[in-house]
Design a protein around this ligand. Sequence first.
Ligand SMILES: Cc1cc2nc3c(=O)[nH]c(=O)nc-3n(C[C@H](O)[C@H](O)[C@H](O)COP(=O)(O)OP(=O)(O)OC[C@H]3O[C@@H](n4cnc5c(N)ncnc54)[C@H](O)[C@@H]3O)c2cc1C
Length: 471
Amino acid sequence: MADPGTEDFDVIVLGGGGAGMSAAINAADAGRRVALLEAGDRLGGSTALAGGVFYAAGTAAQRELGIKDSPDAMYRDVLALNGDSVCKPALRRLCDEAGGALEWLNSLGVEFPASRLSSPNGRSVPRSHEPVGFGMRIAECLDTALSQRPVDVVRRARAEKVLLSPAGRASGVVVDGEPISCRSVVLATGGFGGDEAWVARMLPKARRPGDWVWHVGNKNNRGDGLRLAEECGAQIEGIDSGLLLATPNFHRDLEVLGPDWALMVNLEGRRFTREDGAYWEISEALEAQPESRAYVIFDRTMFEGAKPHPRVLEALAAGVITVSWVPRMFEEQLAKGRIIEAASIEQLAQRTGLPAKTLSDTVARYNAAARSGQDAEYDKTAASLKPVETAPFYAVEVRPAILTVTGGGVRIDAATRVCSPTGAAIPGLFAAGETVGNLYGRHYAGTGYAIASSITFGRVAGQEAAAFSGR
Ligand SMILES: Cc1cc2nc3c(=O)[nH]c(=O)nc-3n(C[C@H](O)[C@H](O)[C@H](O)COP(=O)(O)OP(=O)(O)OC[C@H]3O[C@@H](n4cnc5c(N)ncnc54)[C@H](O)[C@@H]3O)c2cc1C
């Protein structure tokens, strides 16, 4: 190993999204000579495209609203959902440090007003912190903080390889065929949604919705961090971890807060989830249905009265998304044959191929629940329970097909050190953000979990890589 200071840099961070920028800032603040290499023309990655919602417990915003919450409670909740499919020590650190990471972002200029705090699934304790200005604001503030530090930021620099010393320690990277030496490397290249081969390997469930599947996110996120780590002997894990959001496939745009006012049935004509659940709960329930397909069923009153979810409106105004579940779109899609119309529920069953008797029974039970205001089957809230009773009736097919977040990737420990299949850390190699494969688990923990782990572990990776570089 060369003496400290003889390498080109102490720490090289690969990827300039939320995790990478957080890592570079923290490594620089620890006094290290840092380079950040970004494949794209600009910094931000998927973080800049995101809602920016941040999942954390024990925050100032929660205290302001008198909400009792703690890192312990967050740990218990994620563990109850994901059990052995996450690395417990790493999860523990995430829960302990997510609140601090949120306050750190706040100190850089990202506001998380208490008024925007919400429950990650509409029912449990409010823990999802939405920033003013969405993920773009997080990316801008990190970019500004980075520019105020002596970090060499190189855009259009796609790392091709991580170099190891003869002793197996990360000792540099290769970009455009040129080696750059360093004492530690942080992999923060995001997920693999932009690469078909990685999707096929890591996310077999994405085959079921067929050609409906499309990736929304940074196009440079092609699993590079997974490949680079694997070439260094890292363990890759987290098969089928990832969010495939339900979509009517009307147009390639994102409206995650779907029609909570309608009824949803699987191909057997049965309900399978509460339609006003969190987008990730609905997606996961839909994935588990026959052929991963379902129909949203509604009547003329709903057709005419459909309004976007209130939380969608701001994103709409900001030009972040367009919407699917509005009357204008229904008219358009009806004309294209993507919405099925029928004079009766029996005729709707015929036209969709759903079993008529089961569908009629389902609609009858749902309407009875709507009239009583009590959904004994799925506990949908009374405000979203509306009877499907005014002809004509409509059916729209939905599938879990918008690939937004991938959860499979590199195994890390609680210090973000990349680990081999035996659990041994690969010296000098760290990873954070969507590149990581043992934090997401089988189920998405809730709105804001991905940003929380990217920023929190981006900071940890920067600090740990800086400490390692001094050894
Ligand atoms: C539309 C949308 C909305 C979302 N909303 C939320 C939300 O509200 N809350 C939440 O928790 N999560 C959300 N997510 C998920 C979340 O945004 C991401 O999981 C998170 O931002 C990932 O951060 P990251 O730093 O790991 O990756 P990114 O921010 O994607 O950064 C990775 C960077 O690495 C670069 N890169 C790739 N390969 C290389 C290479 N070989 N060399 C150099 N650079 C490379 C890429 O160009 C990119 O800039 C959303 C995702 C999307 C797509």
